[in-house]
Design a protein around this ligand. Sequence first.
Ligand SMILES: Cc1ncc(COP(=O)(O)O)c(C=O)c1O
Length: 438
Amino acid sequence: MADMNRALSEWRGEILHLVRQRPEEHSPFEAGKTPVPVSGKVIGARELELMTEAVLDAWLTTGRFNDRFEKALGEYLNVRHVLTVNSGSSANLLALAALTSPELGERAIRPGDEVITPAANFPTTIAPILQIGAVPVFVDIELSTWNADIALLEQALSPRTKAVVLAHSLGNPFDAAAVKRFCEQHGLWFVEDACDALGATLGGRHVGTFGDFGTLSCYPAHHVTMGEGGALYTNDAALARLARSFRDWGRHCHCRTGQDNACGHRFDGQYGELPQGYDHKYVYSHVGYNLKITDIQAACGAAQMERLPFFVKARRENWRFLRARLDACPWLEFESELPGAEASWFGFPILLKENAPGTRLELLRHLDAHKIGTRLLFAGNAVRQPFLQGQRFRVASELSNTGIVMNRGFWIGVFPGLTEEMLDYAAQTLLDYFKGKA
Ligand SMILES: Cc1ncc(COP(=O)(O)O)c(C=O)c1O
């Protein structure tokens, strides 16, 4: 037995040693030939090392690396409860599903209740509202941040309003403290979609921690990646317990994966109309999902968390570089941060001025032809998207700024994989478009 353990440990050591020796990739930048993407993963030997460890553990479902990631994220955000899930979309779904729990009594979101959200949004910030049978109520955004105009929340209220779901678009914080006050005043739930905004702060406090729930995406485009993955977090133990139930098949039991009878009452309870002593592991109090991740994903996320401060710093520096480089261009408008806010930029948002020469389409084609990646503000005006046709929703304000960003807004990359040379080329190519046009 001792020999076998030694052999296994040596075998493991040799594999990990090899993985740690992975050479760094580096290919020289060639302007116009090398793509300048909007986003991308930045992973290296450390991520491969931890993922290999997770593979060699062969535990596969959420395990020690999941614990490590949840702890690291909780400490970084200064938040008490973190639950990993298989995407940012799942995190949004889980937040809203948890808020339908009958355990919340009168405050539970029921079919036909209303949830306020901006019309300029990522589709799966809106979709969970419909998935729980609620009605999205759309408000306009501000041009200075591309976030919901929170002055419009009041006019979106109705007797059926139960929640506000707002995203910190492209990593630039909205005034989450003011939205929290508004929600408290009106007895509403507040979900902060911080999928784009890991590392962004408001008055020194992390965004996502003002609301009842915050959400994170770990898709490769995002600040830290697991390939597919995400997290839901809260400071409220009761909400965390509900979310855990919905995440883990709807079960009533709180045993961790691989654990049995943590409460010591596995065969003691009486639930619903089940027989006395029915195994608590198989008692379900919610109509749940299974949204968990594998430990291999968690291992990648755990390695990424070690580099997060560098990632956030690089995104901010890249944003500032582009801002300075494009400042003199009379045809472009840029976002600003609210007082006390520090963005953790997902991208570099740009608004083409109304009187600018040319069109956005032409400009995007010009950038594309020069291998510079661009993206729009997600679904634009969601009300005009096919997925909302035939669905129940309400429009609570004019959506004029939403229309402006849908028609004239776009963003380019700031992720840490971009070098100064690439950013400089992206900025120069943008400026070149206007040369001789005015
Ligand atoms: C604001 C926002 N919310 C939610 C999501 C969904 O995250 P995921 O792709 O991990 O499902 C995204 C994805 O980019 C996003 O930008």
